[in-house]
Design a binder for this molecule. Structure first.
Ligand code: AMP
Ligand code: MG
Length: 604
């Protein structure tokens, strides 16, 4: 039977040869270095945590618990190991350094096999033991604590006190290649990504789902509530649930047209008709012995009545009614509170209010609701070639269209928008614009300036004044999307190409903005399969969001077709399309007739 194993990645070191930069966070092939270790190890273990003593928020943004050393100032990995053994939810704990990105996918299995019933299995590279590539039993914690309390510093001395086993990993030399200097980082970048340019943009980038999960994990909703008149709340997000102020239905009422009666009168030959109960016009008296009341569906059941007989089962002659088939007690009565009891939730907190919701809230008699304040997003376009509307174009210049699509998409999310215009590709100007935006808004969005040659630039500014969390996604269109923090604001750096802007916004940015705005759960567009009438071109590697049109053919078949040219600069393709055709990363060319996944564009 497989044992449960946890892993702790050690990122608590001082990285003296890296100029004191936090090693785990150093960019490598489009991701923080530690992410490479996580990617290999996470599928092999049941739980994963990161041991770090600095930049803990950055590590937490990767989506795993961050555990600091219990003992401060303790050099070397022992303190991290003690923290790990204290944390480990599993009996067995794997320890690995954050700076060795090349981890084999059978590492845990091999260490487990070597450990058997021992205390610790230490990896052996063929020449020597590698003391921070180990699998430890949790029962070693007291021994480690005592060892450290007695002033022990040397890890192998401690291992020598345990039932130590050795795992021969001499065939896995890559595992022991670690990055200690900037030169070693560059060498590793080349290994991971031989075609990389200076910016690492051809890096094996993050899968879209992974990027999305990481981002949703990193952002926390804004707080701050507003009391709004009902109509102004359309499109805003409820901060409190809407509850039923009274039972629905408010009264027992008839489920059928017929006669309200008393079932104890079942012996009687005929009943006396004493009145009627129609919707909005209840019978105000109380039913006496041998009496019945004409009642229509929805009519309030009169006091004294305990069932309604369908009119088809009764015969009326003047004011005399003969019941041919008596109803059971309670038959054809819809009870008060059957749909909703007082205090039941009609709409949950976190709900973005739709037209139907407005009506539903109105039906409870409420004129005001409490919503989260709207999210504030500041954005600008970057590019020396861009001109704003109203300006004349000179050679090589284009109008800034991204600010308009971005405006539209933000507006659809009912966001408060700060438009900061066009900013030149100039460090001082960009820094100033970013500073101003971050001071005014929850989120800063930019477009352009993140493709080859410029990427390091935005990432560099982010690194100087914030934290880039990732900057390369395996998505087409739109690979160079940057996500992180700039000062106290969240930052999204969208690509410059107009279609990439829309695709990355809808797939990655919108869900994060929805979560930030308090939407819970954030809306997810539906996806479903349709036959595709066009041939599709696709190279394996990145997940693609091609532009398609859902149609009904003349023979009544529902299908999707490509809108044609798929260049990331052809904004018309977005206008003509009504859905994305979502092709998985490993897909190749597809002939017409293939089933494909489609995602309709979100209208609100
Ligand atoms: P960049 O990422 O800045 O290299 O831009 C990639 C491409 O998108 C270039 O062809 C730019 O001219 C174009 N582009 C960048 N920003 C905009 C914008 N705001 N509106 C229209 N096109 C843009
Ligand atoms: Mg540009």
């Amino acid at each position: 039977m497989a044992h449960s194993v946890s892993a702790m990645i050690l990122a608590g070191g001082r990285a003296t040869r890296m100029g004191g930069q936090d090693k785990g966070l150093i960019p490598l092939a489009g991701q923080p270095m530690i992410q490479h270790v996580i990617n290999s190890i996470a599928p092999q273990v049941d739980h994963l945590a990161i041991n770090a003593n600095r930049n803990q928020a950055d590590y937490a943004a990767l989506g795993y618990p961050v555990i600091g050393d219990d003992i401060s100032g303790y050099q070397g990995p022992l303190a991290g190991m003690a923290a790990g053994l204290g944390w480990s939810p599993s009996e067995r704990l794997l320890m690995l350094p954050c700076d060795g990105p090349l981890v084999p996918n059978d590492l845990v299995a091999r260490l487990l096999a070597a450990l058997g019933d021992g205390d610790v299995a230490v990896a052996h590279d063929g020449k020597r033991l590698q003391p921070v590539h180990v699998l430890l039993h949790r029962r070693c914690l007291p021994s480690l604590q005592r060892f450290m309390a007695e002033g022990g510093r040397k890890i192998d001395r401690w291992y020598a006190e345990l039932d130590q086993r050795t795992a021969d990993l001499s065939d896995q030399q890559d595992l022991f290649v670690n990055v200690n200097t900037p030169m070693e980082r560059d060498a590793m970048e080349q290994r991971l990504n031989p075609t990389a340019n200076d910016c690492g943009h051809d890096a094996p980038s993050l899968p879209v789902e992974e990027a999305l999960a990481r981002m949703l994990n990193a952002v926390t909703p804004i707080t701050g509530r507003r009391q709004l008149a009902l109509r102004s709340a359309l499109g805003q997000v409820l901060a409190e649930p809407i509850t039923a102020p009274a039972p629905v239905p408010a009264h027992d009422n008839a489920a059928m047209d017929g006669y309200a009666l008393r079932t104890i009168d079942a012996e009687q030959k005929t009943l006396q008709l004493v009145g009627s109960a129609f919707a909005g016009h209840p019978f105000t008296g109380t039913l006496g012995a041998g009496e019945c009341v004409r009642i229509m569906t929805g009519g309030v059941v009169p006091a004294g009545a305990d069932a309604v007989v369908m009119q088809e089962r009764a015969e009326r002659d003047g004011n005399t009614v003969v019941i041919n088939q008596w109803p059971e007690l309670g038959e054809n009565i819809r009870r008060a509170g059957e749909d909703l009891q007082t205090g039941d939730t009609i709409l949950p907190a976190g709900r973005r209010i739709t037209a139907a919701d407005l009506g539903l809230i109105a039906s409870t008699g409420r004129a005001e609701v409490t919503t989260w304040r709207p999210l504030r997003v500041a954005f600008f376009s970057t590019g020396d070639e861009l001109r704003s509307l109203g300006e004349l174009l000179e050679a090589g210049q284009i109008y800034d269209s991204n600010r308009y699509t971005i405006y539209g998409m933000l507006n659809n999310l009912h966001i408060e928008i700060i438009d900061r215009g066009v900013v030149k590709d100039d460090e001082a100007a960009l820094t100033q614009a970013l500073d101003e935006c971050a001071a005014d808004a929850d989120v800063v969005l930019t477009s352009g300036g993140v493709s080859v040659g410029e990427a390091d630039y935005m990432v560099k500014l982010l690194r100087a004044h914030g934290e880039p969390h990732f900057w390369s996604i395996a998505m087409k269109p739109g690979r160079p999307l940057t996500f992180g923090r700039y000062r106290q604001a969240w930052y999204f750096g969208l690509p410059g190409n107009p279609v990439s802007v829309m695709a990355t916004f809808s797939q990655i940015v919108a869900p994060a903005l929805r979560k930030l705005a308090g939407e819970n759960p954030p809306y997810q567009a539906p996806r479903f399969q349709l036959p595709c009438l066009s041939d599709l071109k696709k190279k394996p590697g990145r997940q693609e969001f091609q532009r398609g049109r859902m149609i009904t053919t003349e023979s009544g078949q529902r299908a999707v077709e490509s809108v044609g040219r798929q260049g990331s600069g052809i904004l018309r393709s977005m206008s003509e399309a009504n859905c994305f055709i979502v092709l998985p990363a490993d897909a190749e060319d597809m002939p017409a007739g293939s089933q494909v996944e489609v995602e309709p564009f979100t209208l609100t």
